[in-house]
Design a protein around this ligand. Structure first.
Ligand code: ZN
Length: 121
């Protein structure tokens, strides 16, 4: 199955293809993480490697995708921070941080996460 990399772009500021999605410059060079679900991407234009999660609010965070998805769903329903944090069982600061970080990523991230259908305990 061919990899769908159309939503990714090179994150190297100095790359001629920086920020261009679907430019055909990216390939998957490795997989990592639980069940090898995470991909390392390689840019042929500048030879940079980076995680597909880099540049998304989830990168480096301790949240599971299920938790992050729940947070976005609560926020999308215009719930307040407190009303979001309690059912998802995360710290209020986490919700604030994620909401602020998310910005433009929120819709895309939500779609990505919903498509993944994370299997939560
Ligand atoms: Zn590049």
């Amino acid at each position: 199955m061919p990899e769908d990399l159309s939503r990714f772009c090179c994150l190297n500021d100095h790359c001629p293809d920086h920020g261009r999605r679907g430019a055909g410059n990216l390939t998957v060079c490795a997989r990592y993480g639980k069940d090898k679900q995470r991909r390392m991407l390689y840019c042929r234009s500048c030879k940079a490697r980076f995680s597909e999660r880099k540049g998304t609010p989830l990168f480096g965070s301790q949240l599971t995708e299920g938790q992050a998805l729940s947070i976005f769903e609560h926020l999308a329903d215009r719930n307040g921070v407190r009303a979001t944090a309690r059912p998802v069982k995360v710290n209020r600061n986490t919700v604030v941080r994620l909401a602020r970080l998310a910005g433009d990523h929120a819709r895309q991230l939500h779609d990505d996460l919903a498509a993944l259908s994370p299997a939560d305990p």
